[in-house]
Design a protein around this ligand. Sequence first.
Ligand code: SF4
Length: 375
Amino acid sequence: MDLVLPRPLSHSSISMYSECPQKYKFRYVDKIPEKPKHFFSFGQSVHSALEYFYGVKTLPPPSLKELLAHFKEHWVRGGYRDEAQEAEYFQDGKHILTKFYDKHIQDYAIPFFVEYEFKLKVEGVPVIGYVDRIDKLPDGRLAVLDYKTGKSLSSARVETDAQLTMYQMACEELLGAEVARLTFYHVPTLKEQVVERHPKKLVEGLRAKIVTTAESIVKGAFEPKPDEKVCRWCDYKPICPVYRDSYQTPETDPDELAGLIDRYGELQERLAEAAEEAGQLKADILASLVKKGFVRAFGKKFQVSRAAAEKWEFADKKKVLELIKKAGLYEKVLAPSAPKVEQLMSDPALPADLRARLGELGVRVETPDLKVKPL
Ligand code: SF4
């Protein structure tokens, strides 16, 4: 008998249920979306470009220019910390796709399937998924390939990974051909981890897991499974029953703390607005002083005088980033913005040779500044 689920099971929803049934409930029963994550957005953007690359019906394949244009047009924006981080990932994506293109334009062949959507039932349990690419081998068997854009996976994982087992099961059931091999393709490093088809016992284990997961969901078994390593990244933590006592909201505790928090937030917003206005006024005053040739000028309560500030500028940000990453200090800057790199260079703990090499990549630029003091 078919089980009625909030939605068909997929590899990711089964994983989420195993990780924490309460999290599954928030996501798939209560339908509370998770926040966008930059690594998912980046993965989607690269997957979409590869789907375009291999998705042609007839030869020739898209050119590199067309591939990169598609990447740009279908870039998924959500989840990036700021524009600098997004720009850095976008450049990384172009670089990765160019390397991929250069390697695979040599062995290009139209795949058997690209982004193959499967729907099947396992003992009455509906299951869905998408396979990134399926190639047909000369002997008629299939090669299943899944692209990865995050961290590369260990070879042990590829041998037993449940996602690949699910793809094997679905392809064999729906396409009527045996799967010969399974591949995780780590796109950033062009590394392919290939294994023979998964053994029957893994397929049977997966089928049993699909059924037990579905039965638990239908029974309403959504006990939280707290684990600090998982909970710290969980978007549902503020509403999770496990952490109810750790979070105060206006509804649960409408005391004066809520008022203080709102007041503090408003002040921070006003500070940001004031800083923006002050920056514009400073630029206008400086422009006026330069135009009139004055070094000092007076208001009724304050006086200003022209000064000069020095700052670093880096023409080749990629090289700066490479150097910082190589020194294991990427976490300190996260993006090669000049102020962040300057802050890093002024850190007394920075090795002198690294400071010197960073200095070789930049120039000190003098910028006009304004000093202000009361009369
Ligand atoms: S915070 Fe932890 S226990 Fe709560 S839903 Fe998320 S993963 Fe589960």
